[in-house]
Design a protein around this ligand. Structure first.
Ligand SMILES: Nc1ncnc2c1ncn2[C@@H]1O[C@H](COP(=O)(O)OP(=O)(O)OP(=O)(O)O)[C@@H](O)[C@H]1O
Length: 278
């Protein structure tokens, strides 16, 4: 058991219901400070809902969340200045230039020298040539880099990332992964990232949590999961879990990387794989 003071995240009995849908179902987990943890799971498994509750954007139906030692229901104003979030699916206001957007956030975070911090991040993330452009006119990959700059403005001790390299070409994606790893090593920050990119997870993360139906289905360092399922990469482990195989079952031959297409004309969509989400 890790001492409470060295936990970046502590979640207990966390539940979120949307009407009759239970998106997160009694979730419990801890993340020690300084770790890089991946949150995996099929579509609809509850990853985004979990991250939204960690950020204090969504109120849980039940359960508790402590972030950086603070209860997110009663003292999130203490945790929020020390955390940040980046997602390619959340746009910055379109009409403001990149610099204007970063400046607004810099002021919100109460930075001493917002201009200098923007210049530093612009050089680091190679976005200096984008600072005068309207944020809405950027390419998807450019938006991802700008969103990361926004997420790093306050040097967060906890950085939550949703698909950090989605829409990036392989070279830029690789560069961002290296940047994130260096940031983690330099600052000792905790990184918590939802991803569908298994190679990214193997390369960046020292701990992998796999969600299914709103709960943690399995968890461990990448190598421990590979050993447990008798697999050579995380994509195979992911597919095993999606298809209902448990770690105790003997490993069948590696599953095909591409699941069979569903036939929309058949009831239930045909014979696709069992979903990891439901
Ligand atoms: N605002 C909402 N209202 C009703 N149901 C919702 C809402 N948001 C999410 N859900 C449902 O909650 C469940 C979990 O959704 P969530 O977005 O957290 O999954 P996810 O793991 O992030 O999926 P994906 O990988 O597709 O982004 C799904 O069944 C989804 O349909």
């Amino acid at each position: 058991m890790t001492a409470a003071s060295s936990l970046a995240i502590a979640v207990s009995g966390l539940t979120k219901r949307y009407g009759t849908v239970t998106a997160v179902d009694g979730l419990g987990f801890e993340v020690a400070s300084g770790r890089t943890v991946a949150l995996l799971g099929g579509n609809g498994a509850g990853k985004t809902t979990t991250i939204s509750m960690l950020l204090g954007l969504l109120l849980p139906s039940a359960g508790t969340i402590r972030v950086l030692g603070h209860d997110m229901l009663s003292e999130r104003h203490r945790a929020l200045p020390r955390m940040n979030f980046s997602s390619p699916y959340v746009d910055l206001p379109h009409r403001l230039t990149v610099r204007q957007n970063l400046t607004v956030y810099g002021h919100l975070y109460g930075l001493k020298d917002t201009r200098a911090r923007i210049a530093e991040l612009a050089a680091d993330l190679d976005i200096a040539h984008l600072l005068s452009r309207p944020s809405g006119k950027l390419s998807a990959g450019q938006k991802t880099r700008v969103a990361l700059a926004k997420a790093l403005l306050n040097d967060p001790a906890l950085l939550l990332l949703d698909e950090p390299t989605a829409s990036l070409d392989p070279d830029t994606g690789d560069w961002i992964r290296t940047y994130l790893r260096d940031y983690q090593r330099r600052t000792g920050a905790t990184l918590f990232l939802a991803s569908h990119n298994m190679q990214e997870v193997e390369r960046l993360c020292d701990d992998v949590m796999i969600m299914k139906s709103g709960r943690v289905f399995d968890r461990g360092p990448p190598q421990a999961l590979l050993d447990r399922y008798g697999r050579s990469n995380l994509e195979e482990v992911f597919l095993d879990i999606a298809r209902g195989r448990t770690a105790a079952d003997p490993a069948p031959p590696p599953p095909a990387a591409e699941p069979p297409a569903r036939d929309p004309r058949l009831p239930g969509g045909g014979s696709g794989p069992e979903s990891l989400s439901e």
